[in-house]
Design a binder for this molecule. Structure first.
Ligand code: HEM
Length: 205
């Protein structure tokens, strides 16, 4: 949810942002449509849950890639970064809601057992808690309250959230499919790029 400090709620609703939200939410609308019309295959609940989790991870990675892209001479998409971060949070929220409500039937005991017994759920929870903190502080009031430096330090946790989400994915797959490792490699590459950039320019955020 990193954005330019000093932005406001209006940044989320800037001209053009509705288009991004509408396009960004299309996969969710489409997947829920397929779920409601019984077109999600043999295990619709799992397919729905997985699809929402995957989109959360995709938006998280897309948000992380925006600054390196600009620094490497690519397009400047900084003004969309906060919105893309918010989309990542919305997908993570939908993913967790499907898990808590449809998968676990709102049974707190079952959910707690899962958190304690299944490390991939614990790691997913860590990622989700960070995303909540980042989404809750992605507004001008919180930036003012925390101060720009503390806010920036807090929002660096987006890398931890992304790494935890990729690990969550790797831990839950059986066998060795390529996809989760591709996400993990992209996130590791983005982290390394950022670390290298900060070493060359220590004053950068
Ligand atoms: C409380 C937090 C979370 C819980 C309880 C949770 C739970 C789950 C469950 C039950 C699955 C399906 C496992 C299966 O196939 O049997 C799953 C898959 C997945 N989750 Fe999460 N998750 C959480 C947070 C997150 C977050 C924050 C992200 C991303 C930002 C995420 C991304 C994914 C991905 C990418 C998959 C795999 C999708 C695929 O198989 O294609 N999860 N999660």
């Amino acid at each position: 949810m990193r954005g330019r400090p000093g932005g406001s709620w209006r940044t989320w609703l800037a001209p053009g942002s509705w288009t991004l939200y509408a396009v960004g939410l299309l996969p969710a609308v489409w997947t829920f449509h397929l779920a409601i019309t019984d077109q999600l295959g043999a295990d619709p609940l799992k397919t729905l849950e997985r699809s929402l989790g995957l989109w959360a991870l995709r938006f998280l990675v897309a948000g992380l890639a925006i600054t390196p892209l600009r620094r490497m001479g690519g397009p400047n998409l900084i003004r969309w970064r906060r919105m893309i971060g918010l989309l990542a949070f919305v997908y993570a929220l939908l993913h967790v809601t499907v898990y808590v409500w449809l998968d676990q039937g709102l049974d707190a005991g079952l959910i707690w057992k899962d958190i304690v017994k299944r490390p991939y759920i614990t790691v997913g929870l860590l990622s989700f808690l960070i995303l909540i903190a980042l989404a809750a502080t992605s507004n001008a009031t919180m930036i003012r309250r925390l101060g720009a430096a503390a806010w920036q330090r807090l929002h660096r946790l987006v890398y931890v959230a992304a790494a935890a989400a990729a690990l969550h994915f790797i831990m839950l797959v059986k066998a060795w499919p390529l996809e989760p490792f591709v996400y993990a490699a992209i996130i590791a590459g983005l982290l390394l790029y950022r670390a290298g950039y900060r070493r060359r320019r220590p004053s950068s955020p």
